[in-house]
Design a protein around this ligand. Sequence first.
Ligand SMILES: [Zn+2]
Length: 332
Amino acid sequence: MRPELVVCPNSECGASERIGVHSLKERRYKCHRCGKTFAETSGTPLFGLKHPLWLVLLVLALLATGCPVPAVVFAFGLDERTVADWQRKAGQHAKTVQEQLVCQGHVEVGQVQADELYTKTQAGPVWVATAMTVFSRLWLWGAIGWQRDEALITPLIEHTRAAARPGQAILFAVDGFSAYVTCILKVFREALHTGKPGRPRLVVWADLHIVQVVKQRAGRRLLSITRRLAHGSLARAEALMQATQVEVGRINTASIERLNATLRTWMPALVRRTRTPSGARVQLEAALFWTRCVYNFCHVHATLAGTPAMAADLTDHVWSIDELIRYRCRRE
Ligand SMILES: [Zn+2]
């Protein structure tokens, strides 16, 4: 029990200091400002669970690094449904954390890479689309769909726009899927105020560039890579690439492909066997947001000497799993 991470759940108090341990046995804290005592999971998405918080956090840490659900079930003698329930709660919390900390218009996104992967569930194969910024390695958003269509891509692009500092220079490196271009040009628009009466015209951000990186394969063998400028200027796109990439080469989608390769290995084992499509989708989304949010806030990246969230100036320290779970999201 770590009182220094705890915020008083009494809505009229909310003290973050002067919190002490009230009872180790009952696992309760006491707020010395308002005098109330409360359970250790109070005010967290894990409130009301029958298991001790340390066990839940340990299991969530294992799931966040790709430990398969059956391994967790076996090692701790837990019910599969219990583990799935914890992951679902943590995943929903992580999605809100992404929404409230990442998607607030403060991120220098610079270069954005987006990519999709295909994975199998018991309810059928699904598409997982994700987007990240290259320089800070910050994962921006993910979406899950039964089809690879514009509906799969749209939430990705909308949340990228929500994260980006308005009006900044952006390079998008995407694959050959044409929905990206359509969707980016639809979402990244702002009002052009001309001083004339009436509704202002919407125009695409001035310094926005889209490069499609198209790979031709024969089986697993890569035959060729073609780069196509879909919007903006190629010279400007090259300059942005140089400025936002640690490993300088040619415009590519290598960073997001590396991140998604890990996901591709992890996802099937993170999803509890479920036969309903909606159940599979909920589990998959929870696993996606939980693993990626932990990656953003808790995982120290070797080349960054910190977490992606630190590199993106969203926080000044490495978060523990405990701190991530305890983060107080605003009620919407
Ligand atoms: Zn209090």
